[in-house]
Design a protein around this ligand. Structure first.
Ligand SMILES: [Cu+2]
Length: 480
């Protein structure tokens, strides 16, 4: 099989620098090199969010947002567990933003939720200890009623936390070589090539790390792919076109006890998963395709709606579509050639540890009405839940609304303990901060709310479908 001609290779270095645009992603006959966001290391991180633009389609450039000069998305921050990091986030937009550290266990005043606004021209400088386990987290704006717009324009970036347990394992970790990030979303363009950032729940064009028709070269060995769903609403059901088995080694908040072999993994907005794929038997020059098998979904599945246009339709809806073309190259020196049989030892909270239980009920008043928790939309002055410091709580989220959701809670990583629709999926075991919730389903998780208390600064819980969140499917809690 002939490797696809690298039409865009000449611009790769510029794309890696976040400077350039490629227009070659606009047809199906050409691939664009998958950009790998640069790594920032150390204990002081400077981020500046500013307007930019990128050439996605023939014709006019598309207005975008990016951090640190990137024309979409931003650099990847590498942090070591135990480090105290000093963040400086400067807002060079003409509107307010915030920067939320999704998945990180930090004091509420450093959380970057709607209560820590950064005015235009201002810099926000939280400082916190990195207490999370090795995994991939992310940062993104969290301004109430503006999250969908700012996220859709491209504001976001990855955070990779490293720790000694992960470092001791024989896992691929050469960034951009055998360890790659894969940030998935989609966009709809208007007649002037601008993103629809206010009405479209689904895009018509898949973007992988910010480019269409993405292609990456990976060596003939075990490779690691760290996937994040940053869609407004669409869920992904990932697998390979050739049906091959791959391994899930980690979830939102850490590595699993052992790799889970599978042919499919589902990812709702906000969720992350770390995969190992063994390319050791693939011929150099051969190619394989990662796809999303979104065809034939039941009503309620985000992106399963059959319409190809309108606010809840898209050209990608209810079908199988390509996500990433992988072309196999020669193995590297020091290649990882086997998938480990064991990873880390997690000890999860169980029912025996629970000190308090609470329930949340998602409802709506029928099609077209806003989704709410317990019948009430988000109000920034209302504290919806108060939790005792060091409580181990069991939360049961029931979805009585007409559509599936993606429940996310700040401050903690939790363990999913039950699903009323069946058993907890093998690929969603481990530490999580975001979960999928089907219609007519109840999901329970257990988490410990430790370390950080405040009488005044709340954390948020919300649907991570940004349109639902902006409409008010969000609540807030104090830990005190
Ligand atoms: Cu939702």
């Amino acid at each position: 099989m002939k490797a696809t001609s690298p039409v865009c290779a000449a611009s790769l270095s510029l794309v890696l620098a976040g400077l350039a645009a490629t227009s070659c992603g606009s047809t199906n006959s050409a691939y664009t090199a998958l950009p790998i966001p640069e790594l920032l290391t150390g204990t002081t991180f400077d981020l500046t969010l500013a307007p930019s633009s990128r050439q996605f389609l023939d014709g006019g450039a598309t207005t975008t947002y990016g951090y640190n000069g990137a024309s979409f998305w931003g650099p990847t921050l590498v942090m070591n567990k135990g480090d105290v990091v000093q963040m400086h986030v400067t807002n060079n937009l003409t509107e307010e933003t915030t920067t939320h550290w999704h998945g990180l266990h930090v004091p509420a005043a450093a959380d970057g939720n709607p209560h820590q606004p950064i005015a235009p021209g201002e810099t926000w400088s939280p400082r916190f200890e990195v207490k999370n386990q090795a995994a991939m987290y992310w940062y993104h704006p969290h301004v109430h009623m503006m999250t969908m717009m700012q996220l859709s324009l491209g504001a976001g970036g990855l955070i990779i936390v490293r720790d000694p347990e992960e470092a001791a394992l024989a896992l691929p970790r050469t960034w951009g070589v055998d360890d790659i990030p894969l940030v998935l979303t989609s966009r709809r363009f208007d007649a002037d090539n601008q993103f629809d950032v206010t009405t479209a729940a689904y895009g018509d064009y898949l973007l992988a790390n910010g480019v269409m028709n993405a292609r990456v070269e990976l060596p003939a060995q075990v490779v690691r792919i760290r996937v994040l769903n940053t869609e407004v609403e669409r869920a992904y059901n990932l697998g390979f076109a050739d049906g091959r088995t791959f391994f899930v080694i980690g979830n939102d908040g850490g590595l699993l006890d052992a790799p889970v072999s599978t042919t499919r993994v589902q990812l709702y907005p906000g969720e992350r998963v770390e995969l190992l794929v063994n390319l050791g038997k693939d011929a150099v020059g051969s190619a394989l395709t990662l796809q999303s098998f979104n065809g034939g979904q039941l009503f309620g599945y985000p992106g399963g709606e059959p319409a190809s246009s309108g606010n809840f339709g898209s050209l990608l809806n209810n079908k199988t579509f390509d996500v990433l073309r992988i072309v196999v190259t020669g193995a590297t020196a020091g290649a990882i050639t086997t998938v480990p049989t064991a990873l880390v030892h997690n000890s999860y909270w169980t029912d025996a540890d629970v000190t308090n239980s609470r329930t949340l009920n998602i409802t709506d008043m029928g099609p077209g009405t806003p989704f709410t928790f317990d019948g009430a939309g988000y109000v920034d002055t209302v504290i919806n839940q108060t939790i005792a410091l060091n409580a181990v709580e069991k939360w049961t989220i029931t979805n009585n609304a007409t559509f599936n959701h993606a429940f996310h809670i700040h401050d903690v990583q939790f363990k999913i303990v039950s699903r009323s629709s069946g058993s907890v999926g093998e690929t969603e075991q481990g530490w999580k901060d975001t979960l999928s919730l089907q219609r007519n389903e109840s999901v329970s998780f257990i988490a410990k709310f430790d370390d950080f208390a405040s009488d005044t600064n709340p954390y948020m819980y919300h649907c991570h479908m940004a349109n639902h969140e902006d409409e008010g499917l969000m609540g807030q809690f104090l830990v005190r």
